[in-house]
Design a protein around this ligand. Structure first.
Ligand code: R5P
Length: 229
């Protein structure tokens, strides 16, 4: 199995957890895209009746193309299940880093409103310590982002600023903000760092998701392992 086959395997197992009548949070990214495609197949072939809250404009487009009915928090304050990818999963704690796809703010809003938050990853994502492989994406308001970057650097981050598209164009999130990727290196106390980022002026949200996943499905070459906190 290549990486895409692994992502698809985890995505399909997660999609099988969705039951008729559920409000479903749709994550963002390449792994979540396989799950959206699979849910679309279930809607078309089994007549599965669900309503979905996507976590990005990109996932909204995919859901519409797949024929999945969309709803909003105006009609549903609680989400039954959210299925989303991640950039790193800490093996011992199941804390996550998310947001390399710039969708972290809506992803966190939807995950926090969910009864169950199922994370789907391939075998490249688990790490011993968060921050080991990827930076922490931090969504900041455009005004004064240089000052915000300086604050983040004072907290020990090497800040790559601000994120651009591959074309070189400055990235604007779905919420009109910027992303500063903050390399902290291996993070000893994820919750303490999350609290400091929460308290930083100019920071809208960050990609640390401590104690949020209720299930992590990790696809290896041979099977999909199911981890729980
Ligand atoms: O902002 C993006 C999200 O947090 C994604 O869920 C995360 O980057 C994982 O994406 P992928 O499944 O493409 O590796």
């Amino acid at each position: 199995m290549n990486v895409d086959d692994c992502k698809r395997a985890a995505a399909h197992l997660a999609a099988s957890l969705v039951k008729p009548g559920m409000v479903v949070g749709l994550g963002t990214g390449s792994t979540a895209a396989f799950m959206i495609e699979r849910l679309g197949e279930r809607v078309a072939k089994e007549g599965l009746k669900i309503q979905a809250i996507p976590t990005s404009e990109e996932s909204t487009k995919l859901a519409r193309a797949a024929g999945i009915p969309i709803t909003t928090f105006a009609d549903h304050s609680v989400v039954d299940i959210t299925i989303d990818g991640a950039d790193e999963v800490e093996r011992k704690t199941l804390h996550l880093i998310k947001g390399l796809g710039a969708a972290l703010l809506r992803e966190k809003i939807v995950a926090q409103a969910s009864r169950r938050f199922v994370v789907i990853v391939d075998v490249t994502k688990p790490v011993d310590q968060l921050g080991q492989r990827v930076p922490v994406p931090v969504e900041v308001v455009p005004f004064g982002y240089e000052a915000t970057a300086a604050r983040l650097e004072a907290m020990g981050a090497k800040v790559i600023r601000p994120r651009r598209h591959l074309t070189g164009e400055l990235l604007t999130t779905d919420n009109g903000n910027r992303i500063l990727d903050c390399a902290f290196g291996p993070i000893d106390d994820v919750q303490a760092l999350a609290a400091r980022l929460d308290g930083t002026v100019g920071v809208v949200e960050h990609g640390l998701f401590p104690n949020m996943a209720t299930d992590v499905l990790v696809a290896t070459e041979r099977e999909v392992e199911q981890w729980a906190p």
